[in-house]
Design a protein around this ligand. Structure first.
Ligand code: PMP
Length: 433
């Protein structure tokens, strides 16, 4: 009889044989995870792990209300979304009600990639233009169009060399280690406005500006104050549209805000959502104005077989019910504040912690070799993640320099969970890795 470890190894070999290996997995020696419950994952060797990275499962794993509702709808009806049924109406109304009044029209798709792809199509169709301005070091998806506007080298080392000519990029507004730091960070907005104006003056005004409303790849850094206000105004002056990618940062994770754009005091023209909205069930959406949605007709009809299917809509509706009933956005604020306090205290004692970024339960701990040069510590970050796994915490690196611990747990984590994580990190940083 093979040992559990041997059968885990065998399954990994079979994965490499059958499943395209360009789809990497977490960890050098990944645990075989076969069960999740609330904020924990369980492997086949009987170990439990606190899941501090799963930005998709906002309700936590195995939520009984979600499982029951999905099962009931599967038994009742699941079908091609061209039929007429109640679930799609209810869910679309619920989604639109979460946004400012003019954003009242919903498209339902199956992923973040599809949502951003559709948002770009809407901008092209409505403006009759092609050029897009996007922010560097971001990720928006893997399709041809969304990959074109994704320039994070963490996902593609050649990202900046292979842009089509319609893509124009502006600097990642990183107030910690970018060109403008601290109080000078407002200058990122000025530079972006200048780039947008320059395109218009050259006779190629942008169809749209696309960005996240909170800088996700840095581990959840707020954009500089006034950044989106200035940039959106410039785009609109030139007749373009403002696309806000809320795939990672929206849906209550920031605690203080349901949507990232609220933190910037702006209202986008087109909002893209995915990940959290299905709690892992494939579900994405574009929410926009009725007029912009109508502009899609110049492309033909919009149709997605499973986008907005009865089961997907029930999943999406129950996620919103549970978010409300379990007050998860409020929990993200409370536990997030506690976690930040703990992490800032660790930063006082461990010089490798250069900064603690983030808000609510979107937090990034940036690790550096030297606090004055800010030399990134990617090897240390990877080793720390491996050691955290041994101590029962699932944690992964992020940012273009892979030196930020990305902390995006289910929104129901408890103070005790946050303390377990902070204590484990303290232990690793104290004992070495
Ligand atoms: N936009 C952002 C900001 C994302 O983080 C991601 C996924 N990491 C996507 C879009 C693409 O979403 P999906 O993986 O669901 O296609």
């Amino acid at each position: 009889v093979p040992t559990r470890a041997a059968s885990r190894e065998a399954l990994l070999d079979r994965r490499d044989n059958a499943f395209a290996t360009v789809q990497e997995h977490y960890f050098r020696e990944p645990p075989q995870i076969e069960r999740g419950w609330q904020n924990h994952l369980f492997d086949t060797e009987g170990r439990s792990y606190l899941d501090m990275v799963n930005n998709v499962s906002i309700l936590g794993h195995g939520h009984p209300r979600l499982a029951a509702a999905i099962e009931e709808q599967w038994r009742l009806l699941n079908t091609n979304s061209r039929f007429h049924y109640r679930a799609v109406v209810q869910f679309s109304e619920r989604l639109a009600a979460l946004l400012p009044g003019q954003l009242d029209t919903v498209f339902l798709v199956n992923s973040g990639t599809e949502a951003v792809d559709l948002a770009l199509r809407l901008a092209w169709a409505n403006t009759g233009r092609r050029d897009i301005v996007a922010v560097r070091e971001a990720y928006h998806g893997w399709s041809d169009a969304t990959d074109a506007v994704s320039t994070s080298v963490a996902d593609n080392p050649n990202a900046l060399d292979s842009r089509p000519s319609w893509v124009h990029t502006v600097a990642a507004p990183n107030a910690y280690r970018g060109q403008y730091r601290g109080p000078d960070a407002y200058r990122y907005g000025e530079d972006a406005v200048a780039s947008i104006n320059k395109l218009a003056e050259a006779g190629h005004p942008a169809a749209a500006f696309l960005s996240e409303s909170f800088y996700g790849n840095a581990g959840g850094m707020a954009l500089p104050d006034g950044y989106l206000r200035a940039v959106y105004a410039a785009v609109r002056r030139a007749g373009g549209l403002c696309i806000d990618d809320e795939v990672q940062v929206g849906y209550g994770r920031l605690g203080n805000h349901f949507w990232g754009f609220e933190q910037q005091g702006v209202v986008p023209d087109i909002v893209t959502v995915a990940k959290a909205m299905g709690n892992g069930h494939p579900l994405g959406a574009v929410i926009t104005t009725a007029a912009i949605a109508e502009g899609y007709r110049s492309q033909g009809y919009f149709f997605s077989s499973a986008g907005g299917s009865p089961v997907s809509c029930v999943a999406g509706t129950v996620v919103l019910d549970v978010l409300r009933d379990e007050q998860l956005q409020e929990n993200a604020r409370l536990v997030g504040d506690h976690l930040r306090t703990r992490l800032l205290e660790l930063a006082n004692r461990h010089p490798i912690i250069g900064a603690v970024h983030g808000m609510g339960l979107y937090v990034g701990v940036e690790l550096v070799r030297d606090r004055s040069t800010l030399e990134p510590a990617p090897a240390e970050t990877a080793a720390i993640c491996e050691r955290m796994r041994e101590l029962g915490v699932i944690m992964q690196p992020t940012s273009d320099r892979l030196c930020v611990l990305k902390i995006k747990p289910p929104l129901g984590i408890t103070i005790a969970d946050a303390d377990f994580f902070a204590d484990a990190l303290d232990r690793v940083l104290t004992e070495g890795w």
